[in-house]
Design a protein around this ligand. Sequence first.
Ligand code: ADP
Ligand code: MG
Length: 498
Amino acid sequence: MGKVAVAFAAVAVVAACSVAAVMVGRRMKSRRKWRTVVEILKELEDDCDTPVGRLRQVVDAMAVEMHAGLASEGGSKLKMLLTFVDDLPTGREKGTYYALHLGGTYFRILRVHLGGQRSYLDVQDVERHPIPSHLMNSTSEVLFNFLAFSLERFIEKEGNGSNSQGVRRELAFTFSFPVKHTSISSGVLIKWTKGFEISEMVGQDIAECLQGALNRRGLDMHVGALVNDTVGALSLGYYHDPDTVVAVVFGTGSNACYLERTDAIIKCQGLLTTSGSMVVNMEWGNFWSSHLPRTSYDIDLDAESSNANDMGFEKMISGMYLGDIVRRVILRMSQESDIFGPISPVLSEPYVLRTNSVSAMHEDDTPELQEVARILKDLGVSDLPVKVRKLVVKICDVVTRRAGRLAAAGIAGILKKIGRDGSGGITSGRSRSEIQMQKRTVVAVEGGLYMNYTMFREYMEEALVEILGDEVSQYVVVKAMEDGSSIGSALLVASLQS
Ligand code: ADP
Ligand code: MG
């Protein structure tokens, strides 16, 4: 071999070696990046861990806080609000009634026609519209004028058929925010949640605001009941099945109510009702316990929200927030490794990833996870290998599993408080034979998250059985109530007339 040829071969070898070295270097770097995201995922899994022992601690904490909230005003983060609902609809109601429901994302209007028998419930013309976002931080006047205008249009569409006797229409106002009631049809707003911010309305009588707006439009409608959405769901549940004693909503936000004995509502001594009980609106979104598994993402989400240090439980389990927790994890991974490519500015926008998209990714059953790819592309992240798409599905799973399991612990906490969890409650020393006489207990559940996100629902129901055990679980029935808040509120206003 000549000198030139030897030199050429040597150069080629050196070049090949350095190409190989670059490739190995890249592979090592990419492995390191991958290791970074795996570590972030592992940390998330650890921080979100909800073994049954921890869930039981949450159950106990919920029951204890319920007691404290019933014992004195301000005794707990759980407000345990009186609703002045002591009798629930029986099925004997008759006539035509309306409900207007202001949720966190949607407002709904509907009419029910009742024929005096449980089986005769005709739900008519359910209208469901997204709440225009500008209303959420507008003024009281703008919000209520909008609601009155929507009702007017609803009524115009029905012609004369539904109101042929020319009588005043009875309306239930289903209001999904905390209210301090002074009667079943009046109460003042305590605070806004779920991103609403119309500060002048805090302290105002909500039913009066709506009635005023209806009067200004000349609508012959009467706000006969101001109903928390959970109480609406309980009313519908009870109407169909009188074993229903608890109702929970998992929608934009989350809350629960239940039927409590009046003598257990210690902060209102002398409270008399014909039934001996009253529905208590827990406002459980504000529940807090050191046993809740909290991550750095929860802490940041809370600090950057419009209601920091408030609604801690709601921020871990409800539809408004799950998407944003997932977004924060993806953002951190994309900042600390390049597996998501260049950092997309869209990923930094709060609430840009909706929980609907989280469920769509989580439940994507296409072989290459195309739905995941499509949703991530909308977030400015494209061309991801399937391995990275799977990682995103895993994040959705961890966040939703924690939410479903904590939701179950919340429900079990209520069952514990009322002695329906098989343990005999937290204060009473019941005998084993009494404990064994477990009553059938129905929990009415509604809300967009529960109704539409199968994995959330499954995790919740699975954890409830895990906490209660097979024996007691047989007596606990979870029933889905589609549009329960609105329909049930209309039933409640009907029950007040009969
Ligand atoms: P509101 O809270 O206004 O009463 P809903 O009870 O219908 O309304 O809940 C709406 C919320 O439910 C949405 O904001 C979203 O967070 C959640 N949601 C709706 N559909 C889905 C879905 N397919 N997957 C996951 N979450 C969903
Ligand atoms: Mg709702």
